[in-house]
Structure formats: structure tokens, C-alpha cells
Design a protein around this ligand. Structure first.
Ligand SMILES: NC(=O)c1ccc[n+]([C@@H]2O[C@H](COP(=O)([O-])OP(=O)(O)OC[C@H]3O[C@@H](n4cnc5c(N)ncnc54)[C@H](OP(=O)(O)O)[C@@H]3O)[C@@H](O)[C@H]2O)c1
Length: 309
């Protein structure tokens, strides 16, 4: 399927993910408005969104930017981090959204429910993104990975709307696929991400050291989270996770670890906190996850407090 019409797109959070995807959609001819705080809005209005990417080239797109959504869109991408989600969605009043799809690309598993409380549930299409992309300055994005892949699945949205969305993204150069099971999609990402994020951040080592020097702890944590995933209805493959980590370049660091090193707030609650809350619902003991979350909690707000956005 291909898409010929121009979509009206809002991007809430013009960072590494939102800036890149929004710029690609604008380059493909869609009408994109970035939603953010006043400073970033001014920069983007003045200079556009600049992308530098080995895979996609270097380009600047002229786009709109505003502090709030003021007219209906076909699509609103939610690309802020979980720790600011509550404040950020104030910029997208449900009445202004119209019938637009709301597509969160955040890591974590609890945000779809939060969005379905605020917006009509049939509009919310959770996505999982695989990419490495950084916001190096407001309006300036560096994309490092040789891929930009998005999976989409929604327990509440008609499949033809997901297909149209995936087609539109593919036409813009983003590899997008629809998946049949939302819960399996979100758990699949969290299951691989959580052990990598929690252990590399806690021990301050890259994956190469983790999988050799601390392999027992890695296996124990993957096993603990696999048990929870199964209890939540999504069987998880411990060996597959370990093979995945073994294939990483040894110097690879998690984004949570990079955030900790830079003194930025951590998505600890979206990842470790969510696991502990779900474990409580299913009465699954999670001693290792609990210990890591407790140890990392002092870093959760970072040392460069972000405010006023
Ligand atoms: N980056 C990646 O490669 C990657 C890969 C996979 C998954 N993810 C996930 O994608 C999500 C987004 O990550 P990211 O790396 O794109 O984060 P990011 O680069 O820090 O971008 C977050 C954006 O949110 C904006 N923001 C903050 N508070 C806001 C508010 N109240 N209203 C509107 N906008 C606000 C920031 O604005 P300013 O520009 O003004 O600072 C920034 O542009 C996270 O859940 C992350 O785990 C990221």
C-alpha cells in the first residue's frame, strides 16, 4: 500500500526520536508541527529541523512549531521521555486532536494506558522504535544507526488504520511494520531493554564487561524478568535475550547509562518501576530488579534538572 495524501502531523517532543521522524515526514511532503517549550519552538521556527545521518544524509526541513496543538491532525507522535509525559500531554488537548491517531514511541509499557485515559482509546496506537538518534541541540539531530524501524500494534484501533499509518511511514523512508499483539510487542522490547539498561547503568560498564564479568547476575535478571513477562501473558525466551546481548559490540552502552553519565534524568520509573508495579499485581517476587531500582533511584532526576518546558 502507498500513501498519496498529505498527512497533518504533530510531534510532541522534537528530540532524538521525534526530531528525526518528524523531519523525515516533512521531507516526504507531510505537514509537520513540532510541539515543545517556547525556546525550542523559537529555534525550530527560525532554523527548521536539521538532521545529520550516515544512512539518510544531511538535510534541513522547514516545519511549523508551537507550544500547543491548536488544530486537528491525522497523527500525533508522542516522543518525549516518560518522566515528562504528564506535563507534555497538556500541549495536546483532546478537543484539539480531532480524530488523529496518537502514536507513542516511548520505551516502557504503562504509557499506552495513560494516553487511553486522556484520548479516545481507539486513537492510541503504541509503537516501538529501533534507532540510535540524538538531539545534539534544539532543532539539531544526529542519527547514528544504519536503520530506523518502527513496529506498531494496537488493541484498540482498527487494523486498516494501522496499515495506512505503516504505509505512510514506509513511504517516508522509515521501516514500519504492524504487529498483531500490542502486549507482546511492548513486552518484547522491555524484556530485552530492562536488564541491559539496569545493569549497565548500575555497574557503569558497557555490555562487553557485563556479559563476561557479571554474566551470572545478567542471567539471573533476564530470568527474573522472563518469569514476570510470562506471568503477564507473554512468554519470554531467556536464551534469545542472551544471544542478543552477546551479539552487541562490546563497547555498547544503554541510553539509561548515557543519561546517568550526562547527569540527565533517567527513565528508571518507565522501565524498572513499571516492572515492580506489574510484579506486585501478579505476585511475582523480583528481588534483583528491586535492588537495582533502589540503588539507581538517587539518580532518577539527574543533576541537570530540566524545568520550565
Ligand atoms: N533516542 C533514541 O535513539 C531512542 C531509541 C529508542 C527509544 N527511544 C525512546 O524514545 C523516547 C524519546 O527519547 P529521545 O531520545 O528522543 O529523548 P530526547 O532526545 O531527550 O527528546 C525528548 C524531547 O522531549 C522534549 N520535551 C521535554 N519536555 C517536554 C514538554 N513538557 N513538552 C514538550 N516536549 C518536551 C525535549 O525538548 P527540547 O528539545 O526542548 O529539550 C526533547 O526534544 C524515550 O522513551 C526513549 O527511551 C529513544
Amino acid at each position: 500500500m502507498t500513501t498519496e495524501r498529505q498527512w497533518r502531523v504533530a510531534v510532541l517532543g522534537p528530540g532524538g526520536v521525534g526530531g528525526l521522524i518528524g523531519a523525515l515526514l516533512a521531507r516526504a511532503g507531510h505537514r509537520v508541527t513540532f510541539l515543545s517549550g517556547p525556546e525550542t519552538v523559537r529555534t525550530v521556527q527560525e532554523h527548521g529541523m536539521h538532521v545529520r545521518s550516515g544512512m539518510l544524509g544531511e538535510f534541513t526541513v522547514k516545519v511549523e512549531a508551537d507550544t500547543e496543538l491548536r488544530e486537528p491532525v491525522d497523527l500525533c507522535l508522542v516522543t518525549v521521555k516518560q518522566n515528562v509525559l504528564g506535563a507534555a500531554v497538556d500541549r495536546v488537548p483532546p478537543a484539539a486532536l480531532g480524530d488523529g491517531l496518537v502514536v507513542p514511541l516511548l520505551n516502557g509499557i504503562e504509557h499506552p494506558a495513560v494516553l487511553r485515559e486522556r484520548y479516545r482509546p481507539e486513537l492510541v496506537v503504541p509503537g516501538v522504535i529501533r534507532v540510535a538518534s540524538n538531539r545534539v541541540a534544539p532543532g539539531s539531530i544526529e542519527h547514528g544507526s544504519p536503520f530506523v524501524e518502527i513496529d506498531l500494534a494496537s488493541a484498540t484501533t482498527p487494523p486498516d488504520q494501522l496499515d495506512a499509518l505503516a504505509a505512510m511511514l514506509n513511504d517516508a523512508g522509515i521501516q514500519a511494520k504492524t504487529r498483531g499483539n500490542e502486549s507482546a510487542m511492548l513486552w518484547g522490547k522491555l524484556f530485552f531493554l530492562a536488564p541491559f539498561a539496569l545493569l549497565t547503568t548500575h555497574h557503569q560498564v558497557p555490555i562487553g564487561d557485563l556479559r563476561t564479568e557479571r554474566r551470572t547476575e545478567l542471567v539471573d535478571l533476564v530470568t527474573e524478568i522472563a518469569t514476570l513477562s510470562s506471568a503477564a501473558g507473554v512468554p519470554a525466551d531467556v536464551e534469545a535475550a542472551l544471544r542478543f546481548y552477546d551479539a552487541f559490540p562490546p563497547e555498547a552502552k544503554s541510553s539509561m547509562q548515557r543519561d546517568a553519565e550526562a547527569g540527565r534524568p533517567l527513565e528508571l520509573d518507565a522501565i524498572g518501576g513499571a516492572l515492580l508495579r506489574i510484579a506486585q499485581q501478579h505476585a511475582v517476587p523480583m528481588p534483583l530488579t528491586e535492588r537495582l531500582v533502589t540503588a539507581l533511584t538517587p539518580l532518577i532526576n539527574g543533576s541537570t534538572a530540566e524545568s520550565g518546558r
